[in-house]
Design a protein around this ligand. Structure first.
Ligand code: 13P
Length: 337
């Protein structure tokens, strides 16, 4: 049986290579409205569209962003949103050489028949949604599912996670979006690093098997794994060198060199931890670009600093919104703040 390649094959390879370009990584700013609300609540702001817009404007207009960031994952609202000065957020990103991406999964729900585990929804209607996202400027996609070590993981949960990721990856490639494949192995638990390593080997074996069965083109995907660490409640702590050793061993055993980029999630690690661990992984040559796709480990300090600005200063962004189209330069204003 000959399987038709995606009409977008060349473009997918090019997009994946751009996102996996030297010295750069992904800014994950795709918090759902509910999660973004939690972040805003932590600095005493209401979860309104105007506040989400102001915060995301702040992120995408940081001076020099394109030097370090190759891709930005957006939530659907932001893909269609303008910054506070009226320019489209996707255009601001593209001007800086940053590829816009889009979260396409519909979140986690309980997995019937499992040990209180989850599965990820969003395959129904995915092709049509992705075709529209491509039209709106997105060039890659993200689907995050999770695997819990304390709850098993059961054979069923791992198989479901792998199959869902593989179907999503095939559908994304068919619609011109490079799929970021993200089976997050949650940090929760008292287990040691060996147990995380064992589970991660199983999860990635299943995921690549399912992707091969679904004719996913490995040159046109990106991975978003968790680092191999002890559980968050483990009595053991690991040094960055240990995390790098286990994580690279996992990647070498499971990830073909045709995959262009491995972009780690931060998963609740502090900014410093996530940075030191990634640095330790890049001390030698790797067959893939090994970088970051952090949300919390890139945004935490920014959010806190923004939250500490006097209310009047933060309001500048919001007022700008009312004067949309009148030629204000938000970037300059943000620098002044
Ligand atoms: P964290 O880096 O906060 O774990 O977020 C990762 C993620 O999946 C967001 O896209």
């Amino acid at each position: 049986v000959v399987v038709r390649a995606s009409a977008y094959a060349d473009e997918l390879v090019k997009t994946a290579k751009t996102v996996a370009s030297p010295g750069r990584g992904i800014l994950a700013m795709d918090e759902s409205n509910a999660t973004c609300g939690k972040r805003l609540a932590s600095i005493g702001l209401e979860n309104t569209e105007a506040n989400r817009q102001a915060y995301r404007t702040l992120l995408v207009t940081a001076p020099g962003l394109g030097q370090y960031i190759s891709g930005a994952i957006l939530f659907e609202e932001t893909l269609y949103q303008s910054a506070v000065d009226g320019r489209k957020i996707v255009d601001i990103l593209a001007e800086q050489g940053i590829v816009p991406g889009i979260k396409v999964d519909k979140g986690l729900v309980p997995l019937a028949g499992s040990n209180n585990e989850s599965w990820c929804q969003g395959l129904d209607g995915l092709a049509a949604r992705e075709a529209a996202y491509y039209q709106a400027g997105a060039r890659f996609a993200k689907w995050r599912t999770v695997v819990s070590i304390p709850n098993g993981p059961s054979e069923l949960a791992v198989k479901e996670a792998a199959w869902g990721l593989a179907r999503y990856a095939a559908i994304s490639q068919d619609n011109g979006l490079v799929p970021i494949v993200e089976p997050e192995i949650l940090l929760d638990g008292e287990h040691g690093i060996e147990r995380t390593f064992e589970v991660a080997q199983k999860v990635w074996a299943e995921t690549f098997y399912a992707m091969a069965e679904n004719n996913v083109m490995f040159e046109g995907i990106l991975l978003k794994p968790s680092m191999v660490t002890p559980g968050a409640e483990s009595k053991d702590k690991a040094t960055p060198e240990q995390v790098a050793e286990y994580t690279l061993k996992l990647l070498h055993r499971r990830i073909p060199p045709s995959v262009p980029g491995i972009m780690f999630l931060s998963g609740g690690q502090s900014e410093v931890e996530a940075t030191q661990n990634l640095n330790a992984m890049n001390q030698g040559a790797n067959p893939w670009h090994v970088s970051f796709s952090y949300a919390r480990a890139l945004q935490n300090t920014c959010l806190k600093t923004w939250g500490q600005l006097p209310r009047a200063a933060r309001q500048v962004h919001l007022r700008r919104r009312d004067r949309r189209g009148q030629g204000g330069n938000v970037r300059q204003e943000l620098q002044l703040l």
